[in-house]
Ligand binder design. Structure first.
Ligand code: URA
Length: 240
């Protein structure tokens, strides 16, 4: 890859700033100063230094974000801030969210530049479980548990896959529930509750496959996935 692109990806500045650093002779490749920003380098083989600091390149990165309401799960948006803008120490332009949470939904969102992992987690044929905590206007009851398990109908004629609903608490006005779904249709959980005459008033994703939201992450904060979490997430033999 081009030397200026590599340095920008590794956080040494914007493309324009790194071109300047290179031109001024601060950058060496295999102990030779290079002044051409177009120089082709192989970050897995070449030793690249900026002012004696070794450049460490990672091909793939993985973050866990506690998404706040008000951010769209996209890389660009004309109206609202996007979830990638919350990742402050990331300098590359290839980061994207794995799937979508609605603008008003909070909780676990994985951001990566690894398209293969994203595909594995999102492909409907892999039935990746996603667990949510929700507050519902109305009394959720045993009948709803059965309807969700049997497959609730949304969008007039779409029968959802079996979903697991657990009632945490219920009073005259609101209920608190946990729900596990194995697909990711647009507004799916809101539509499922609407189908049984109820309204979701708060929604938060707490688990995806076998990865739980780190409850020390405050809304809007994020951290890298540990290698153990990543191994579990990539493990094709495990679903939950
Ligand atoms: N279901 C929804 O309705 N919204 C989300 O953000 C996720 C699942």
């Amino acid at each position: 890859m081009r030397l200026d692109k590599l340095l920008a990806h590794c956080g040494f500045g914007t493309r324009k700033e790194v071109k300047d650093i290179i031109k001024k002779g601060y950058v060496s490749v295999n102990n030779q100063i290079v002044k051409k920003d177009k120089t082709q380098v192989d970050p897995t083989k070449d030793e690249i230094k900026v002012d004696d600091e070794k450049v460490v390149y990672e091909e793939f990165v993985y973050y866990m974000l506690n998404k706040p309401a008000g951010y769209v799960s996209a890389t660009e948006d004309a109206l609202y801030p996007t979830v990638v803008e919350l990742i402050g120490d990331y300098y590359r332009d290839d980061l994207f969210p794995v799937g979508r949470l609605d603008i008003d939904t909070e909780g676990l969102l994985i951001l990566t530049n690894d398209g293969i992992l994203a595909h594995q987690l999102l492909s409907p044929k892999n039935h990746c479980p996603k667990k949510y905590y929700a507050k519902i206007k109305g009394i959720v009851n045993e009948n709803d548990i059965k309807i969700f398990f049997d497959g609730v109908i949304i969008d007039n004629d779409y029968k959802c896959q079996s979903a697991y609903l657990k009632i945490l608490s219920s009073d005259i006005e609101n209920s608190e529930v946990e729900i596990i779904i194995y697909e990711g249709k647009f507004h799916q959980i809101k539509k499922m509750f609407k189908a049984v005459g109820k309204e979701v008033i708060y929604l938060k994703r707490i688990c995806m496959k076998n990865l739980a939201l780190d409850d020390t992450l405050t809304l809007g904060s994020y951290r890298r996935l540990t290698s153990e979490e990543l191994d579990r997430l990539k493990d094709k033999s495990v679903l939950q």
